[in-house]
Design a protein around this ligand. Structure first.
Ligand SMILES: C[S@@+](CC[C@H](N)C(=O)[O-])C[C@H]1O[C@@H](n2cnc3c(N)ncnc32)[C@H](O)[C@@H]1O
Length: 280
């Protein structure tokens, strides 16, 4: 057995014992990261184990998120820079991008609660839309600005609870997309989630402290026929559609499941006359 193979086997065993969900994959990704190669190249590689691998495995065994150790998180066709202070984008959120594409060139899109910019940047990259990314946390804004540098995405330092948010775009927006905080406070979460900022994850005792503000801002910003897409907790398949129904501004409210079959996001169309939807 080569030194690299032995180190991988040992690392995978340590990560498994620490309760990591995908120990072998994580060990391989960390080794590839330390070697500066793609994971797919590991099977053909030989040579010494890089000294930084030991520390990386130790950090992961302490349940530090893989993405913090590697310094980046994959999302759709992007590699986003992440670390302490910003929410690590999750694979299930990628479905929200599919829900809004295709978009006509020049469509106006707002990502509320943008974090690292995952949704805003993916939508901008995969369409010709003009995308605004709204975020309130200073720490998250630092990461968002780094990720958005050199792109067409406009970063907005703003609060979804502010009725004066983006007044110049009122009634002119084609799509509002949001993955807001939605986990009920006190819910049991994996150790990795504790590395995300609390304000990115938890939203009051029922997890619904932020979504009503997202719905209200979307109602003000979208034109008739514009589309709202909001991710929610898997316990909110009825509560979030009920909030939309209660606001009286929406039609075609539909809840959707993720790839694991759990209720995950809602779509709704801004009711009213004169629709000019940007969704193709
Ligand atoms: C679950 S994270 C989602 C980040 C990103 N959209 C994603 O999917 O990876 C929620 C984000 O909402 C931000 N946030 C929480 N409350 C907010 C508010 N009132 N206004 C603006 N952003 C807020 C948090 O700072 C955090 O970055």
């Amino acid at each position: 057995m080569t030194p690299l193979r032995a180190a991988l086997d040992d690392a995978a065993a340590r990560l498994r014992a620490a309760g990591v969900d995908s120990p072998r994959v994580d060990a391989e990704l960390l080794l590839a990261h330390c070697l500066g190669v793609a994971r797919s190249r590991l099977s053909t590689m030989d040579g010494p184990v890089p000294p930084e691998f030991e520390r990386a495995v130790e950090r992961r065994a302490n349940r530090e998120p893989l993405q913090h150790i590697m310094g980046s998180a994959p999302f759709r066709y992007l590699d986003l820079t992440v670390g302490p202070g910003v929410f690590v984008p999750r694979p299930e959120t990628e479905l929200l991008v599919d829900a809004v594409l295709p978009l006509r060139d020049g469509a106006v899109v707002i990502d509320l609660c943008a974090g690292s910019g995952a949704l805003a940047l993916a939508i901008a990259q995969e369409s010709g839309a003009r995308v605004y990314a709204v975020e309130r946390s200073d720490a998250a804004l630092d990461w968002l600005r780094r990720n958005a540098a050199g792109t067409t995405v406009t970063v907005v330092d703003g609060d979804v609870a502010d009725p004066e948010l983006l007044p110049e775009l009122r009634g002119r927006v084609d799509v509002v997309v949001s993955n807001p905080p939605y986990v009920p406070a006190g819910a049991a979460v994996d150790p990795e989630v504790r590395a995300d900022p609390d304000e990115a994850v938890f939203a009051g005792p029922d997890g619904l402290a932020v979504i009503p503000a997202v719905i209200a801002r979307a109602a003000a910003l979208l034109h008739a026929g514009g589309v709202l897409v909001v991710e929610h907790d898997d316990t909110h398949a009825e509560a979030v559609p009920a909030l939309l129904a209660a606001s009286g501004h929406w039609r075609d409210v539909l809840d959707h499941r993720d790839l694991a079959g759990r209720p995950r996001y809602v779509t709704a169309v801004r009711a009213g006359s004169d629709p000019k939807s940007g969704v193709g």
